[in-house]
Write a protein that binds this ligand. Structure first.
Ligand code: ADP
Length: 683
């Protein structure tokens, strides 16, 4: 039998497509051919198990060899007859695996028939491909198929001692770099590392007489029974940890893991590990690997699992995930959707189980888990609904609470006069120490919120929980953080208020990208005389904008602080009193003058208000402008006198600096001035 022919009618134009477009990654040819070899071997095992093959199985190792022209992949699987080559290879659109699976539905689970045009991917790197094959069927005639990349092929009888198939690739000039020991090793390690049949690439070597020489032992590159294909009952913690090390050498031990095993309504096995995430760098270093019947497919699983689960590590193996298709197609695929929500559910189940059965362990690992769980809660509604039961809050004493527990804890003491529950938090225990102390003195609880996603998590909880507000401990004075009743009124004359504000305003340091407001509050004589606060809203906006590019508006705004002067404090009263005795004499005539101008201003305003815009004469307008100008000038004059006084009273600057110091804002020259002044004051 000698046969020449054209490969299927439809194939006229398929080679250029294969070469250029079908597979962007040339290297996958090796994956395709080795999995075909494994596939043929598995088929033989299946036939043996149902009694259709009664011969000797012998050594079933798949072998990969190369020389300076060719790469050969050999198996001792079922082989092919001339008719089968015709049917499965020549009519390329026709996939033999599909027919086989149909026939042996119940036994053929391990067949890798998923890659469609797999065999033809060999033409991406070859100028000629030969198949030398002999079927397992009794008395089968070995045949050789040869094709040089045009749609013409030859098929002839040949001699072959053993059952099985050799695929011989004559590598073309552009792809000669594949003819390399290291390159092939790397590819086999990448794609074939966990295939279910032993794959040998050459022989193991040993160091002898100053060089490496081959031993008799096959160099097997794969582990045929990786942990995820074994039964969970047969595995110990050590085995899971060992497998993790195998996947990600040099990584820290995982926190815990989930063994996935589903066979209905889709097929899915795998092991997912919760990693110890310590920093951003760790986040994307190790990735989940996707396999299809133990053949590595990809480690970019976006679109297959929800985004937050891509932070997990491990292996997912499913023949039900369509491969070689676009990401957008994947996302709309029903099976993929089911798989994705199944995995989410399993992950939530596992976390809840650990939380319920071993709360201590869960708390110990919370700091590592937090980022992952928050990410899930923020991006996946379903996961939020599950995780809200076991997500934890940590307080400044490292105690952990669920959201429900925490609510019960603070309900009585931290509800403000409007019935809103106020969650106090700190982002830095050291920097915000004095504010935390003040809150503690009130019997308040303070949470630690210093994680990367905390700003977002806070926003989400405020939205989801009823009448709840999060405020950082330093965002207001203690009585206003959780306002129980209307706070004390400042009982000062207008002139005194203006003077007091000016005293402090005039002595504030100029800091880059920082703005200060001065306000007066009656905080009680035992509270600090001067407190620096930073409003919750603006600060949070700035923090969020630092993470989101579209919100740069807030990012460019200066930091704004509120310098709160406690009018009840003896020191403040003292400063005001001595300002009055030092300045009143000089201020009095100016203020009297100002009083006259102000009376005039209000007269003018009254008459102008009673008229329509067009009835106001030019003279009247000018009068108003002059009056305003005069008042402003007098104000400047007053302020000058007050500022002069304030500069002479070291206590003013000292109080401001103390407030800045307690917020870590006193630096450089200002800090050194503060130290000098402190020494003077002690003297
Ligand atoms: P698929 O593997 O998706 O079926 P391929 O183009 O890779 O597509 O292979 C086509 C068919 O050729 C296979 O289904 C199988 O019947 C046959 N075949 C390929 N390689 C071998 C092999 N090494 N041994 C036996 N049959 C093979």
């Amino acid at each position: 039998m000698n046969k020449n022919g054209n490969i299927g009618v439809t194939s006229e134009n398929i080679f250029p497509i294969i070469k250029k477009f079908l597979y962007s990654d040339h290297e996958i040819f090796l994956r395709e051919l080795v999995s075909n070899a494994v596939d043929a071997t598995q088929k033989l095992k299946t036939l043996a198990s149902v009694g259709e093959f009664k011969g000797e199985m012998g050594d079933l190792t798949v072998r990969v060899k190369f020389d300076d022209q060719t790469i050969t992949i050999s198996d001792r699987g079922i082989g092919m007859t001339a008719e089968e080559i015709d049917k499965y290879i020549n009519q390329i659109a026709f996939s033999g695996a599909e027919e086989f699976v149909e026939k042996y539905k119940n036994d053929a689970a391990a067949i890798i028939g998923h890659f469609g045009l797999g065999f033809y991917s060999s033409f991406m790197v070859s100028k000629k491909v030969e198949i030398v094959t002999k079927s397992y069927k009794e008395g089968a005639q070995a045949v050789k198929w040869s094709c040089d990349g045009t749609p013409t092929y030859t098929l002839e009888e040949t001699e072959k001692a053993d059952r099985g198939t050799d695929i011989i690739l004559y590598i073309d000039d552009e792809n000669k770099d594949f003819l390399n020991q290291q390159k092939i090793t790397d590819l086999l390690k990448k794609y074939c590392r966990f295939l279910p049949v032993p794959i040998a690439f050459g022989k193991k070597q040993e160091w002898k007489d100053g060089k490496y020489v081959d031993t008799d032992e096959d160099n097997i590159i794969n582990d045929t029974t990786p942990a995820w294909v074994r039964k969970p009952a047969d595995l110990k913690d050590e085995d899971y940890k060992k497998f993790y090390q195998e996947l990600y050498p040099m990584s820290d031990e995982p926190l815990f893991w989930i063994h996935l095993n589903v066979d209905y309504p889709f097929n899915l096995t795998g092991i997912l590990y919760f990693p110890r995430i310590k920093s951003n760098i760790d986040l994307h270093r190790n990735k989940i690997q996707l396999y299809c019947n133990q053949v590595f497919v990809t480690d970019s699983v976006e679109g297959i699992v929800p985004e937050f689960l891509t932070l997990l590590h491990g292996v997912i193996d499913s023949p039900d995930i369509p491969l070689n298709v676009s990401r957008s197609y994947l996302q709309s695929d029903q099976n993929v959707k089911k798989i994705s929500s199944h995995i989410t559910k399993k992950v939530a189940d596992r976390l809840e189980e650990i939380f319920k059965t071993d709360r201590k362990q869960f708390e110990e690992k919370w700091d590592y888990l937090k980022l992952f769980i928050q990410y899930g809660m923020l991006t996946d509604e379903k996961f939020y609904d599950r995780a809200v039961k076991f997500a934890l809050l940590k307080d400044i004493d490292d105690k952990y609470y669920t959201l429900d527990e925490y609510k019960t804890l603070i309900k009585d003491n931290q509800t403000d006069k409007d019935g809103t529950l106020v969650y106090l938090y700190t982002t830095n225990k050291n920097e915000q120490y004095s504010y935390i102390q003040a809150a503690k003195d009130k019997g308040y609880s303070v949470l630690v919120m210093n994680g990367q996603l905390d700003v977002h998590a806070i926003g989400q909880l405020e939205q989801k929980l009823d009448k709840v507000r999060f405020v950082r401990v330093d965002s207001d004075t203690i009585d206003r953080l959780i306002a129980k009743e209307d706070v004390g009124k400042v009982s000062l004359e207008e002139q005194q208020r203006e003077a007091l504000q000016e005293i402090f305003k005039s002595q504030l340091p100029k800091l880059e990208k920082t703005e200060f407001m001065v306000t007066l509050e009656a905080l009680g004589e035992n509270s600090n005389p001067v407190v620096l606060t930073q409003g919750e809203y603006m600060r949070r906006m700035r923090e969020m904008s630092a993470m989101q590019p579209g919100m740069s508006f807030y990012g460019e705004m200066p930091d704004s602080y509120n310098l709160v002067i406690n009018t009840d404090h003896a020191l403040v009263k003292d400063i005001l009193a001595s300002e009055e005795s030092a300045c009143n004499e000089k201020l009095q005539p100016i203020l009297a003058d100002m009083k006259g101008w102000k009376a005039r201003q209000s007269d003018l305003r009254e008459t102008q208000n009673s008229k329509k815009e067009e009835e106001i004469t030019e003279a009247e307008k000018e009068d108003m402008t002059n009056t305003n100008k005069k008042i402003a000038e007098l104000r400047v004059e007053c302020n000058k006198i007050i500022a002069e006084y304030a500069a002479s009273n070291k206590k003013v600057s000292q109080l401001i600096d103390l407030a800045l110091l307690s917020n870590g804002l006193l630096k450089g020259e200002a800090l050194s001035n503060f130290i000098k002044r402190s020494v003077d004051l002690i003297h």
